[in-house]
Design a protein around this ligand. Structure first.
Ligand SMILES: Nc1ncnc2c1ncn2[C@@H]1O[C@H](COP(=O)(O)OP(=O)(O)OP(=O)(O)O)[C@@H](O)[C@H]1O
Length: 242
């Protein structure tokens, strides 16, 4: 069974249909990269998987459970499906440790006394254990984004979604964040990313999904898709990002 099963999903904002019948399977351990032009519906699809947006038609299931914005165990669901955004959204008045432990303590996933150990554990995974007592303003953008990823990892998610997480970073800071994501991929985390980083898409993704005008236009393993794009739309997209 697929970890995520997306069947014929439609979604409109007002009179604009942004998703026009999207179907997609994501299996455990897969690294799926969604690419496509601005406005093709990539972020919207990602947000629908996490129940941040209500879908109009079709169905999304995660681990067999239908995803709905009004599902009874939404908070529990969001712990299993983490999302990291372009803006890091760290609380500026809290230390890195507090930022990471706030939700797990509030949700009673861990005792307050165990918070520091948990924070250290996830910070080690993003290479920032020495910043546990820092405040966000004392960190670079790349470091802040790695803390945001660590905060997500602290919930022990089964699936992680990344929405253009390197787009707001200075170019020299992009690599450190991609490296953390690459490590997570290697450790078997199931990940879905919307990204403009074609190098990452080529080298790390197990599957590329090319979206065009609200549809999955082409999908497949990167080597195949980039070497033999079948449609003129993907050909011109690849040419535009070279
Ligand atoms: N909350 C919203 N209200 C109205 N329209 C929206 C909303 N969110 C997105 N849209 C519109 O839906 C379309 C798809 O947006 P989406 O962000 O999913 O595209 P995208 O492929 O991720 O683009 P980008 O690469 O620019 O982020 C766009 O035309 C956008 O203007």
């Amino acid at each position: 069974m697929a970890l995520v099963d997306i069947r014929n999903v439609t979604k409109s904002y007002g009179s604009t249909q942004v998703l026009k019948g999207v179907s997609l399977d994501i299996k455990e351990g897969e690294i799926v990269t969604i690419i496509g032009k601005s406005g093709s519906g990539k972020s919207t699809l990602l947000r629908c998987i996490n129940a941040l947006e209500r879908i109009d038609g079709g169905e999304i299931t995660v681990e067999g459970q239908p995803v709905r914005t009004d599902m009874p165990n939404l908070r529990d669901f969001r712990q299993r499906v983490g999302i990291v955004f372009q803006a890091f959204n760290l609380f500026p008045h809290m230390t890195v440790e507090r930022n990471i432990t706030l939700a797990p303590v509030l949700n009673k996933r861990i005792a307050k006394a165990d918070g520091r150990a948990l924070a250290l554990d996830v910070l080690e995974r993003v290479g920032l254990a020495d910043k546990i007592d820092a405040y966000p303003a004392q960190l670079s953008g790349g470091q802040q984004q790695r803390v945001a990823i660590a905060r997500c990892l602290a919930m022990r998610p089964h699936l992680m979604l990344f929405d253009e997480v390197t787009s707001a970073l200075d170019p020299e800071l992009v690599g450190e964040v991609l490296k953390v994501m690459e490590d997570m991929a290697r450790q078997g985390m199931t990940m879905v990313l919307v990204t403009h980083e074609m190098g990452f898409a080529r080298n790390v993704a197990s599957k590329i999904v090319f979206m065009h005008q609200g549809r999955v236009w082409e999908e497949g393993p990167p080597a195949e898709l980039f070497a033999n794009p079948r449609t003129p739309e993907l050909q011109s997209f690849i040419a535009s990002v070279r």
